[in-house]
Design a protein around this ligand. Structure first.
Ligand code: DGL
Length: 261
């Protein structure tokens, strides 16, 4: 494996751009190949077997066609369903997954009530249940499956994003910093950071929103450094690919990513 090779990043669609943004900021000298599985998005309500099959296919494309030196699974649903088979398929490849940031949220909450928005697939997974149970003695997690929200973000459908976010936050209970309020909200799907403006308006200014881009970028940096695979070039580039329609991906990248030098 060469330090000059790119890092592969994938998601069902545009959500992983929230992770790519953090990766680019933390690792400015690296090249990235981002692959959105838009022909099969969204993953969240599809079931484990489907998501695992798609994750393996997308990872194979990144590995075989682009000679990647590391891979970031920039999707909570894919990580929950497929991180183990992915590790098995490429045991020598540095691999980083994404999972809802329950641990940082547990460290930050004052009221002890943490909201978790994620896909049905993520919340129903054994992996998520184990994570939640390992921290449950300290905190109450109010979890909310957000059917349709990743798709609305994918379609950039502002009215639908507002409607769904208001139903889902409404169902979770009261937000704020008083006793009994949810004071910390975990965005457990990489699409949801793109709805931050709407969510902030609904939960108020005092609630902490927690996402995973930065910790994932730090972990990627650590793994590359340990493997002697950090690239020394001054400025890297990213390319954006999709298995299906790519207009939404290009538009989202133009809106959410800083321009390439
Ligand atoms: N962005 C993904 C996640 O983090 C999946 C959303 C979807 O495809 O439903 O879970």
């Amino acid at each position: 494996m060469s330090a000059d090779a790119p890092i592969g990043v994938f998601d069902s669609g545009i959500g992983g751009l929230s992770v790519l943004r953090a990766l680019r900021a933390a690792l400015p000298g690296e090249d990235f190949v981002y692959l959105a599985d838009t022909a099969h998005a969204p993953y969240g309500e599809r079931g484990d077997a489907f998501v695992a099959d798609r994750s393996l296919a997308v990872a194979r494309q990144l590995h075989d066609r682009h000679g990647i030196k590391a891979m970031v699974v920039a999707c909570n649903t894919a990580t929950a369903a497929a991180i183990a088979p992915l590790r098995q398929a490429w045991p020598a490849l540095p691999l980083v997954g994404v999972e809802p940031a329950l641990k940082p949220a547990a460290a930050q909450t004052r009221t002890g009530r943490v909201g978790v928005m994620a896909t049905r697939g993520t919340l129903g997974s054994t992996r998520f249940r184990a994570l939640r149970e390992s921290l449950a003695h300290r905190v109450t997690y109010v979890q909310q499956p957000c059917d349709g929200l990743a798709e609305a973000v994918e379609q950039d459908d502002a009215m639908k994003i507002i409607a769904l976010c208001s139903v889902y936050t409404g169902a979770m209970g009261r937000f704020g910093i008083q006793n009994g309020d949810i004071d910390t909200l975990v965005l457990g799907c990489t699409h949801y950071p793109f709805a931050t403006g709407v969510l902030r308006g609904l939960v108020g200014p005092e609630v902490q929103l927690v996402e995973t881009g930065e910790p994932v970028a730090r972990q990627t940096q650590r793994l590359l450094s340990n493997a002697g695979l950090l690239c020394g070039r001054p400025r890297g580039r990213h390319s954006l690919l999709a298995t299906g329609p790519s207009e939404g991906l290009q538009a989202a990248a133009a809106r959410w990513l800083p321009p390439q030098a």
